[in-house]
Design a protein around this ligand. Structure first.
Ligand code: GLA
Length: 335
């Protein structure tokens, strides 16, 4: 296989210098124009990822660099995206990978092209299943945000006067993805702490991180446990909790029998809160996807232009959003 190595920044800088003496551009504008980066996401149709990519693009427009938005729904698509970026002269990319175990393969390809890589949301694992510490990462603090989910559920159970002994939990899990496990583990810990019964927690392992995989995982759990009248639902994100809520509706549960709390605070939640009548989707812990998109792109930009490698791991926090306050929280987080 023959590889085309993109012009290095030094060469591009020299070219910019030549252009400078001949044209009216300022040095700042000229050097910024040289920077092009990719932003590859595993689920390009999900509101969370659309917002991240848009926020990165907007930052690029402010600062004068170009962001190429790409989809990487499987390993093959990610590798083609990297080839594509290389042929466009990109110097690096931000990525939320479709599978964290693809980390070493993705890094190999990036290294062949001399590209810098930062991950967002889902952190690469090495072949031993450990986080790839040398790839800078920005993601949410999964366990803490999970605890917020558990606490929100416990509080709402209390408001509704439910007897904890008679409530079942639908825990939609994805143990392939470490941040997902941290989130559901945090929620479980907080629930147990509040007095929830461990034996009343039922697992629905999902194959993916979206609504339809959660719906398929959840449906059989409701059918099997028809003896419970009250349910709480949690998962790694709101898309999955929505899958659980839709399954509860299909099974015949009313909204006042269900407390679903998600994570993200993106368009999927806004649409649900905007419905005329409440559903079993009680709330979601919102994290700023705008900040995730901007910050990860900015970190990469600084690295490319100043040679400053971003820190190994940045953890972000969240805020509970419900039907009552969602518009305010949305504004506060710049969503
Ligand atoms: C994972 C989930 C997304 C979103 C991000 C946020 O990638 O699949 O829905 O929650 O984490 O970090």
């Amino acid at each position: 296989m023959s590889l085309t190595i993109p012009m290095t920044r030094t060469l591009l800088g020299m070219a910019a210098g030549l252009a400078l003496s001949a044209g009216p551009l300022t040095a700042q504008a000229q050097s910024d124009e040289d920077v092009k980066m990719g932003f590859i996401v595993k689920k390009p149709e999900q509101a969370w990822f659309i917002n991240e990519q848009e926020a990165a693009t907007a930052l690029g427009e402010e600062k004068g660099f170009e962001v190429v938005r790409l989809s990487g729904e499987d390993g093959q698509e990610v590798l083609s995206a990297i080839d594509n970026l290389n042929s466009q002269g990109a110097e690096g990319f931000v990525i939320c990978p479709p599978d964290v175990r693809l980390g070493p393969a993705i890094m190999n390809r990036a290294k062949q092209y001399g590209m810098k890589v930062v991950t967002v949301d889902d952190r690469f694992l090495n072949s031993d299943g450990e986080p790839m510490e040398d790839v800078p990462h920005l993601g949410m603090s999964g366990y803490k945000i999970g605890e917020q989910v558990g606490n929100a559920i416990a509080e709402e159970m209390d408001n509704r006067g439910w007897d904890p002994d008679e409530v079942a939990a639908l825990r939609i899990t994805n143990y392939e993805l470490p941040t997902a496990k941290e989130r559901t583990d945090g929620a479980t810990a907080a629930l147990l702490e509040s007095g929830f019964k461990k034996d009343n927690i039922f697992d629905a392992p999902q194959q993916n991180t979206d609504t339809s995989s959660a719906f398929s995982a959840a449906s059989p759990v409701f059918s099997k446990r028809g003896d419970f009248e009250h349910w709480v639902i949690y998962a790694l994100n709101e898309e999955s909790v929505l899958g659980g809520v839709r399954a509860s509706e299909q099974y015949g549960l009313d909204p006042d029998q269900v407390i679903g709390v998600g994570i993200n605070g993106s368009g999927a939640a806004f649409a649900e809160f905007s419905r005329e009548t409440p559903t079993g989707f009680y709330g979601t812990v919102a994290v700023s996807s705008t900040m995730h998109g901007r910050q990860s792109a900015d970190n990469l930009y600084q690295w490319i232009t100043e040679g400053e490698k971003p820190k190994a791991n940045t953890e972000t926090a969240g805020k509970l959003m419900t039907r009552e306050n969602w518009e305010d929280v949305r504004e506060e987080l710049g969503l």
